[in-house]
Design a protein around this ligand. Sequence first.
Ligand SMILES: [Zn+2]
Length: 331
Amino acid sequence: MNILYKRFLLVLFITASASVCRAQQNFLNITNYRVYYGWAHNYPQDWLILRRFENNGKDYLLLVNPLTLQTKANETSFYQVKPMTLEETRVFFKKTVYEKVINAAEKKSVNIQDAGIERGLPTEAGISLTADLCPSHKPLDRRIFTTIFNEFKKVEKPAPIALSVSGLWMLHHVQDLEWLKKLSNEGEIRITWVNHSYNHRVNKTAPLKQNFLLEPGTDISYEVLATEKLMLKNGLVPSVFFRFPGLVSDQQLVFKITDFGLIPIGSDAWLAKGQQAQDGSIVLIHGNGNEPVGVTDFIKLLHSKTKLIAQKQWLLYDLSDTVDEEFEQSR
Ligand SMILES: [Zn+2]
C-alpha cells in the first residue's frame, strides 16, 4: 500500500478514535481473558479479532485493523461477530497488510537473534524508534522523550515511538507509566505499546538457545496474555507487535507468537551495540535506565539531523508504516 495512503488511513483512524483513545478505560476487573479469532464488522470497517474478555459484566474484544495494524479494545455488542479458527482467520484476511506482514515475519524465523521484521525500506528519510522497557530497578530514561519532543514539536506532533513494555516494568514503575500516559494523552508523543513478555527472564551464563523466552519451563501463554491484561488494566491498548526479550527466539517460538496473532519486531540498529541507523531502520534503545549509552547515541543522532528535521527531511515513522514498507519489499 502506498505509504501516503497508509498515513491518510492512519490519520483518519486517529481522528475517528481520538475520543476512544483519550477515554481508554482502565480495565480493572478483567475475567475470562482469552485468545479469540474471527471477524468483527461495524460498517464500513472490518476488524480482525485477537482476544475476548469480560470486565464488570460487559463483554469486550481486542481488535486489529487489518489495513493499518492499529488496535483497539471495544464492546462486543457494537459489532457483528463471526468466530473463526486461527487458520480460517488468516485465510479470510489473506489479502490484507496484516496477513502479508505476519507472513513476512514468519519467513524470518530461523535466526537465534533478531527474527521477525527488522527494518523497512530506505525510501523515506528517517527511522522508526523502539525503546525497550525490560524489568529494571532504575527510573525511566526520560531524556528520550524530552529530546524527541523538543526536536519534533514544530514538525511532527505527536512524534511516534514504540515502547516494548514488560509486565514487571509496569508493576514497579507506576509513576513513570503515568508520566508516559500523560505525554500521550496530551498529544506530545504517540506511543505504540509493544508486548515485551511479562517476566523477561534472563540468565547471565546460559547460552542463547536456553536463554530469555527459550529458558526451559517458560510459560509462553502467561508471558503474552498476562502482559496484555496488565496493559489493559493500566489503560494501555496492546498493539499487534511483540518484541522478544534479548531479541532471542527460535523458529518454534516465532510461530508460537504468530499463533497469538502477534507480529515479532526485531531491529537492524541496536545503537548500544554499535549498529548504525540507516533510513528505514527499526532502531532499538533501552528506556529502562540500563543502557544510557544507547540513549546518548540516539540523542546524538537526533542532534545531527536537526536541520533536516526542521525541513521535514528526516522524520520518525510509526512502526506500522515501517513494517508495511517491509511488506512492499517482500512482494
Ligand atoms: Zn528487554
